[in-house]
Design a protein around this ligand. Structure first.
Ligand SMILES: [Fe+2]
Length: 265
């Protein structure tokens, strides 16, 4: 029991108990919290737990965004698109769908700009071979449900007036509920055992599931608008949303993106 006038901690700030009240679920207390003195009703068991001196002082995990969109990214996207389309391209079905530029290009200061947007240092940058490639896909290409090996990925969409659904989608595996690689710490914690992680990996890396939608439910989708940068946690299971509305590669009007792969702490 907390008495009216008692000093307590809540959400890392000193608070005053104003009154208590019994409810069907147990006692609740009205407290006045922190310097702003905002009132809040708090269940007794929560208030007791909040007095544990071993708790971190803040409510937040201090994570970086798992998904971030920035519109109007390049100052002159038409120029970037012209550069992209001037490149020679090649296919390599072992590693990706569609066509990738023979050379990659990393815009000066881009690393610093990604770092500014995410609020953390970009660590590995030049070392990821495909970082900075241009990629074109068309209606002939299959979607691939996958995650990437490095920690973060980004794309700038470079097809003007894209059809709806031209962007990137993020999925959850229907069998085990994984949104990320099963070995990711968040999934390991959720799955609870090495055995469960192994079972989930069998489903997520199954060759059929790699190229078919049956095992996946959509969590969120982001539109591939012209000159939009999207940054995401590359360990999230993702795919292009759809290639259906794009032309065949030979006829032009492909889905053109510049891709970035890098590591953050
Ligand atoms: Fe990917």
């Amino acid at each position: 029991m907390f008495e009216a006038g008692a000093m307590v901690q809540f959400a890392g700030a000193g608070s005053v108990v104003l009154e208590g009240r019994p409810t069907d679920g147990g006692h609740i207390y009205l407290i006045e919290n922190g310097a702003a003195k905002l009132p809040m009703w708090v269940p007794e068991d929560v208030l007791i737990a909040q007095q544990d001196r071993g708790r971190p002082p803040e409510q937040f995990n201090h994570r970086i965004p798992h998904l971030l969109a920035v519109d109007d990214f390049f100052r002159d996207p038409d120029e970037v698109r012209a550069v992209a389309l001037a490149q020679p391209y090649h296919a390599d079905a072992r590693y990706y769908k569609g066509l990738r530029s023979d050379v990659r290009f990393l815009w000066p200061n881009l690393r610093e700009e990604l770092s500014r947007l995410l609020g953390v240092e970009v660590l590995e940058w030049l070392g990821h071979d495909a970082n900075g490639v241009f990629q074109q896909t068309s209606q002939d290409d299959p979607l691939v449900w996958h995650h990437d090996a490095q920690s973060y990925a980004a794309a700038v969409y470079l097809t003007p007036d894209p059809p709806p659904g031209a962007g990137t989608s993020f999925w959850r595996d229907k069998t085990h509920g994984c949104r990320r690689a099963p070995s990711h710490p968040l999934e390991q914690a959720r799955l609870g055992s090495e055995e469960a992680v192994t079972q989930a990996a069998k489903v997520i890396y199954d060759g059929y599931n790699f190229e078919h939608p049956d095992n996946w439910e959509l969590v969120e989708s982001i539109a591939g608008l012209y000159n939009r940068l999207v940054i995401w946690d590359a360990r999230l299971i993702h795919s292009a949303t759809s290639y259906e509305a794009f032309g065949q590669a030979a006829a032009g009007k492909t889905r053109l993106v510049q891709l970035f792969f890098f590591d953050v702490p």
